[in-house]
Design a protein around this ligand. Structure first.
Ligand code: GDP
Length: 304
């Protein structure tokens, strides 16, 4: 088993690479849920959805969220009726939220509801929401506290970020910790540290399992030539008091992994206790994704 920790874009590109070299049933994915929201129509779990759509071949790979070729009739109609739905939710995507919300209202945990939906989509990898309890990323700005979608989508990532915190339970899904413990290799994907990886690491049981698995865990930097390939990771890192560089990400993760991969175009650096390796980390093509996945498995000593 190979376990990947991820958010919704960089980590998911790597997941698509892994799925080319390892059968899906041998992959466990621990997914950030700190961006989840109850919406009027159901339960929105954006990173879990991106993982499910990617593994079932439905993902809109031009945006790295939502369903390819989706229609937006309901979204448009809601706005015509005067409801300010600031998230641009597609009709097919909305069906996932409706079903998940309904399953959870009937008493299933997020983990159980995810398993049910994954099965219905034909996904064979084990998709594990990081926690069954709400954990929320809160962005502190001069205009007040916001959730990530409000800051990013409603306010266009404009308000100054004064601080970032994770609010909610300290307990991850027990199955996540078990997957880490029983995996031959654990990979921390090139996801935004502040909004995707640190929320997972804030969960005690998962963090402890990772510390024990450290020798077989490798992380990949989401920064290429010192900048995020996409998204506002550098703004959020600065706002969270973290210098936006691969070196500071390596320092943040060194408790949990023994190797850290930066892009070949980046300057090397040394961080005590961690092997810093170079590889091409841009994953714009299928081939680039597969090559990076193969490299990471080699680093962890896994035959494939
Ligand atoms: P989110 O939930 O959509 O924010 O997704 P993630 O946190 O998983 O991914 C966002 C991060 O992915 C950003 O910081 C990007 O810099 C990084 N990213 C996107 N594409 C690539 C890529 O091809 N290579 C690398 N190394 N990072 C990438």
């Amino acid at each position: 088993m190979i376990t990947l920790l991820t958010g919704g874009t960089g980590g998911v590109k790597l997941l698509l690479g892994l799925a080319q070299v390892v059968p899906q049933r041998e992959i466990a994915v621990i997914v950030n849920t700190a961006e989840d929201l109850w919406l009027p129509h159901g339960y929105f779990s954006p990173d879990v959805d991106t993982v499910l759509y990617a593994l079932s071949g439905m993902l809109d790979e031009s945006r790295w969220y939502g369903v390819a070729g989706d229609t937006f009739n309901t979204h448009r109609r809601l706005r015509e009726l005067g409801f300010d739905e600031y998230l641009n939710i597609g009709d097919t995507d909305r069906a996932t939220h409706i079903l998940r919300g309904e399953l959870m209202r009937r008493g299933l945990t997020l983990e159980q509801a995810t398993r049910r939906i994954a099965e219905a989509m034909g996904v064979e990898a084990e998709v594990l929401p990081m926690s069954n309890q709400p954990v929320r990323t809160v962005i502190r700005t001069p205009q007040g506290r916001m959730n990530l979608q409000e800051w990013l989508v409603k306010h266009g990532a404009k308000p100054e970020v004064l601080g970032v915190s994770y609010e909610g339970s300290g307990e991850g899904c027990p199955r996540c910790a078990e997957a880490v413990e029983s995996s031959e290799a654990v990979i921390i994907g090139p996801s935004n540290p502040v909004t995707s990886i640190l929320p997972i690491l804030s969960l005690d049981n998962i963090a402890q399992a990772l510390r024990r698995a450290r020798s077989r865990c490798v992380a990949v930097s989401p920064l290429v030539r010192g900048r995020p390939f996409s998204g506002p990771a550098h703004v959020l890192m600065r706002g969270a008091g973290i210098h936006p560089s691969s070196e500071s990400i390596a320092r943040l993760y060194r408790e949990y992994c023994s190797a850290f991969v930066v892009d070949t175009q980046d300057a090397g650096f040394e961080v005590e206790g961690i092997r810093v390796l170079k590889a091409p980390t841009l994953m714009s093509t299928r081939e680039q994704r597969r090559r990076l996945a193969e490299f990471l498995l080699e680093v962890c000593g896994v035959a494939h």
